[in-house]
Write a protein that binds this ligand. Structure first.
Ligand code: PLP
Length: 452
């Protein structure tokens, strides 16, 4: 009988296989995984240790969330102290000081004008649905209740809740789930295979953003609440907007009274070599979501930062003072332990000068990843900050097969990388050294060349 993880290596007996069955794993090929489990048991710095005791380089910073490296003592201490002091406080109608302290800390790193934080349940998906609901409610409160349609982008990823999958543009995440909410989608920004752009492409930014004008012509601005985009698309394979694209979206939204939401669940708090994607690309949205890097992966903490005008609109429209202005929130909104982790994380992001560190390392990383141009199967490479995506030529009829095989071969070599669709994705920790980046890229090149 299998009792614990220690008994699971490569499952061979029916009992071992049965033990793995109880957990239906998310976004995972369960049958394949359970036949050859990949289990991590420890983590420190830029490395995991797997159940076999092997060290594995963390080439995606967990899931884009542990940029400062694993096991940071200051965060461990803060979490541990907080659990002993105040393990939970009701999120509604009562509070605790840490959420206010953290909100101020977050606002301090926002572009001017984004100055109120609505914390969400902890996941990026909650943050997105929070932002979408605020956008719709905002227009309703202002007497324009017809503005309900939400506009996303083809290839966009905004989590897995119904709002998020409706504005999301990755077909695999939508097709099983039926009718979502009213949405429409901008044209995607995927460059043609073989472009090998370094950072943001130079051309077609305004032209691509003008696909919003076409959508407004179809739906009319009087029916559109908001546009939501990732500053750069992470999950679709690191797709970078061409220069001028985000600025043009901003212009069109302002001109037509449509709110602009940046989903910064991946791009927020360092990954772009700036505090936010908004800062990196020089464009300020009306609402911004955040999640992953906010606690360095240690606790679920997410939210949405909004402009003063948005907050003030709700406050001004409130009825009697004892009544809510926005009926929205989660039991775990701004959980005190997550806030403690968040405050310790911001302390470290600031002390380690994380955005600057990423900015300094990014050119080295860019040169290294583009060094794989010409490797077998590589159809395109894209990068920004400490993120890169490789599109691989597909096995006929099975575009997702080769990236999966590459990721498995990399894991056998001691490197964790992400695979999704036709792409392999990298997002190494901010604390990675040039030598670690070299080892990661060398292993990836060798793996591409040895994959059928
Ligand atoms: C841009 C973006 N939004 C939302 C999400 C959803 O976050 P979560 O998985 O925490 O729900 C993700 C996750 O990768 C993301 O990249």
């Amino acid at each position: 009988m299998v009792q614990s993880l220690a008994d699971v290596r490569k499952p061979e007996s029916p009992a071992e296989l049965a033990w793995l069955e109880a957990h239906w794993m998310p976004f995972t090929a369960n049958r394949q995984f359970k036949a050859a489990p990949r289990l991590f048991t420890h983590a420190a710095g830029a490395y995991y240790t797997d159940a076999q005791g092997r060290k594995v380089f963390d080439g995606l910073s967990g899931l884009w969330c542990t940029g400062l490296g694993h096991g940071r003592e200051e965060i461990v201490q803060a979490v541990s102290r907080q659990i002993q002091t105040l393990d939970y406080a009701p999120a509604f109608q009562f509070g605790h000081p840490l959420s206010f302290e953290l909100a101020n800390r977050i606002v301090g790193h926002m572009p001017a004008g984004l100055d109120h934080v609505m914390f969400a349940g902890g996941s990026g998906s909650d943050a997105v649905d929070t932002a979408l609901k605020i956008a719709r409610a905002y227009w309703r409160v202002r007497g324009q209740g017809g503005k309900t349609r939400l506009i996303g982008r083809a290839q966009g990823y905004h989590g897995v809740n119904f709002g998020g999958i409706s504005v999301g543009g990755i077909v695999g995440n939508r097709k099983l789930f039926g009718q979502g909410i009213e949405a429409a989608h901008l044209a995607d920004l995927q460059p043609p295979a073989g472009s090998f752009f370094r950072g943001a492409p130079e051309e077609h930014g305004v032209e691509l953003a003008n696909s919003l004008v076409s959508l407004i012509k179809i739906h009319d601005a009087s029916n559109i609440a908001a546009v939501i985009v990732e500053p750069f698309a992470g999950s679709a394979g690191v797709i970078i907007p061409p220069r001028g694209y985000l600025a043009r979206l901003r212009e069109i939204c302002t001109e037509h009274d449509i709110l602009l939401i940046f989903d910064e669940v991946i791009t927020g708090f360092g990954r772009c070599g700036a505090w936010t994607g908004a800062e990196a690309f020089g464009v300020t949205p009306d609402l911004m979501t955040f999640a992953k890097q906010s606690t360095n992966g240690t606790q679920p903490l997410s939210g949405c930062v909004v402009k003063k005008d948005v907050y003030d609109t709700f406050m001004a429209a409130g009825a009697q003072e004892y009544l809510l202005e926005l009926p929205h929130g989660y039991t775990y909104s701004a959980h005190p332990v997550a806030c403690a982790a968040g405050l310790a994380t911001f302390e470290l992001l600031e002390r380690d000068h994380a955005p600057e560190r990423v900015r300094e390392l990014a050119p080295y990383f860019e040169k290294a990843v583009h060094g794989l141009r010409g490797a077998r199967h590589v159809a395109d490479i894209r990068n920004y900050g400490l993120a890169a995506g490789f599109t691989l030529e597909p096995v006929p009829g099975e575009p997702a097969r080769r990236p999966f095989e590459v990721a498995m071969a990399m894991f056998n070599k001691g490197f964790y990388v992400r695979y999704g669709g036709a792409t392999v994705q990298l997002a190494p920790p901010f604390v990675s050294t040039p030598a670690e980046i070299d080892r990661l890229i060398d292993a990836l090149g060798e793996t591409f060349n040895h994959t059928d």
